[in-house]
Design a protein around this ligand. Sequence first.
Ligand SMILES: Nc1ncnc2c1ncn2[C@@H]1O[C@H](COP(=O)(O)OP(=O)(O)OP(=O)(O)O)[C@@H](O)[C@H]1O
Ligand SMILES: [Mg+2]
Length: 373
Amino acid sequence: MAEKFRVEGLNKSYGSNVIVDDLNLEMDEGEFLVLLGPSGCGKTTTLRCLAGLETPESGLIDFKGRAVFHSDRRINVPAHKRDIGMVFQSYALWPNMTVRKNIAYPLKVRKMRDAIDKGRVEEAAEMVHCGHLLDRYPAQLSGGQQQRIAVARGLAARPDLVLFDEPLSNLDARLRDQVRTEIHRLHESLGFGAVFVTHDQSEAFALGDRLAIMRAGKMEQVDTPQRVFDNPGTEYVAEFIGMSNRLELHRSAQGWRTKSGVDLDLRRDVPDVEGVVARIWPDDVELYRDADSVPTGMLALKAELLSSEFGGRHYDVVVAAGPEEFRLRANSALHGAWLRQAEEGEPVVIALRPETMQIYPLGAATPVVAGAA
Ligand SMILES: Nc1ncnc2c1ncn2[C@@H]1O[C@H](COP(=O)(O)OP(=O)(O)OP(=O)(O)O)[C@@H](O)[C@H]1O
Ligand SMILES: [Mg+2]
């Protein structure tokens, strides 16, 4: 219990807007938690509360048995005494300080003179392959170098917990992969705990020991990437991790009926509701040119082509099946020849497997788990 990092009943408002809403969270020592959620849901505000840069109205933040914030006991430990490192989206290096001084800054405010004398600043710069840049100013560095220095600065004091607020989003795709791998490697070797905010689902799946999906100031689901992937607890989570296709179904004599009047058997028990929403990964929607080609056991829906974009080995295709749009990936080798010339409005057929769908009661606002087999 004492080794955990714990947040209980945290509340933070700006004026009458509740931003962090009775938030609870628990992390093990050294755990890498990825925080995902749409813009404005309160991710940055949550990190700023943890770091001590914002003062919540109420709640508890306990760091391995030591309360750093506790409204009831009027505890509010200042930021530099919380043993927390921070890496932000915009590198936020001090422009008038050299790289050396930037990295030394958190050591100085913590009065870690010894560590500076023993070469901690140089060591932190080496960790991110920037040992040769110590005497430069931020303006003399590339974006990737600046972000690496920001990582070195966040880790230099060897904090137990490091907060990353979209640290890779300003980098181009190749650099993002590189710096992401470096952060992953540093986490493995140094063992710090991390809360890492990202908008990028693949980044979240790749880095997280656990994912926390946030909605309007609360945690909607906190679980391992595999379990979130296999069983997103709510429709909101399913959509947020990339299950972008949504099929609304209503009970019928035959089982379930789509809005365009096609019947299907969901082949599983469904809670006692009149309507459900099926969420489906783009990868689980197959494209055919006519209904006769659809394998038995799959649900065929007539559709029309809206757009297709070449993506190398696949085409990203959007179709409309009645009132609902579906995104799918069509294999270029199978479909490239005709998709290249296909026009908008061309009739197609999409095929779905009920087993790959996540089913949620229609209109349910609260978590309901009705996982696929
Ligand atoms: N200092 C402030 N004063 C008033 N409102 C604020 C302040 N800081 C943030 N907000 C509001 O709080 C809400 C949450 O902001 P926050 O920055 O935490 O969102 P976020 O989840 O980090 O979003 P993004 O993904 O866009 O970075 C937003 O509606 C924002 O406008
Ligand atoms: Mg933010």
